[in-house]
Design a protein around this ligand. Structure first.
Ligand SMILES: [Zn+2]
Ligand SMILES: [Zn+2]
Length: 263
């Protein structure tokens, strides 16, 4: 749930959206939460049109990960192409384009998906690894979350980013998440709850900050961004959590809106 209250200005109140910029200047977007509106404006301002096809890769299609898309300005430009995908094996038989079109049906939104303007290609490749022609390696792994969600490991030029959100570690830390995160330069990991809250929210599909640190420690990651803050946690609450986390793992920080990390 996006939050715009005054107590949410330090860490930001948008839902999930990450921009990855590669060495070539090409970009990819991870998740299309409400952060994508401002990101779209930034992309237009910084004229990324030299790249005619931008990938939007989704961890899953829960509302908070797609709800920004109708407000993504570049998608209203008929000159532009977007590939929207969820990558990974064993996805339940759901149609990604249908999910995007549904949230823009007339009862919910004034403009239908097919009237936005840009050309969209929806893909659901049944893959765990992929290497593109520009030397970017990509690994996908399914993790536990209602309706399925995927974590991604992206490698380029010896640098590694792992994106793992909306993950519930069921009986102890999920070893697949640790394996995917191994030696990452940056791990972005779900940390919605405090350990106490997690006890009350079993089955809600998220991790505690303590579990995120445990993954980072086991996998030996260099930096850990704690991500997907609870809408009821304001800046004061989050900055206390951040201090607590840094006592345990000095390379941990809480993700903030507009945060830029160079790997
Ligand atoms: Zn979710
Ligand atoms: Zn979510």
């Amino acid at each position: 749930m996006p939050v715009a209250d005054p107590g949410y200005m330090q860490y930001g109140g948008h839902t999930s959206c990450i921009l990855v910029t590669f060495t070539s200047g090409r970009v990819a977007i991870l998740d299309a939460g409400t952060g994508i509106r401002k990101l779209g404006n930034d992309l237009l301002r910084n004229s990324h049109e030299q790249y005619d096809n931008i990938s939007i890769i989704l961890s899953h299609t829960h509302w908070d990960h797609i709800q920004g898309f109708p407000f993504f300005d570049p998608a209203y430009n008929p000159q532009r192409n977007f590939t929207i995908s969820i990558c990974g094996k064993d996805r339940m038989g759901k149609n990604l384009e249908h999910i995007f079109a549904t949230q823009m049906e007339s009862d919910l939104f004034p403009v239908p998906l097919h009237k936005m303007g840009a050309k969209f290609t929806f893909l659901q490749p049944d893959i765990t690894t992929y290497e593109n022609p520009w030397g970017i390696k990509f690994f996908a792994s399914k993790h536990s979350h209602r309706g399925d969600a995927y974590s991604y490991r992206i490698e380029e030029g010896g640098k590694t980013l792992v994106y793992c959100t909306d993950v519930e570690h069921k009986d102890g830390i999920d070893p697949n998440v640790v394996a995917l995160s191994r030696n990452a330069d940056l791990l972005i990991h779900d940390a919605q709850y405090t350990p106490e809250e997690l006890e009350m929210k079993k089955g809600w599909g998220h991790s505690s900050w303590e579990q995120a640190i445990e993954v980072a420690e086991q996998a030996g990651v260099k930096k850990l961004a704690l991500f997907h803050h609870d809408p009821d946690h304001d800046d004061t609450f989050l900055s206390n959590i951040e201090k607590e986390c840094q006592k345990r793992y000095t390379q941990a920080f809480l993700a903030r809106e507009g945060n830029e990390v160079v790997l």
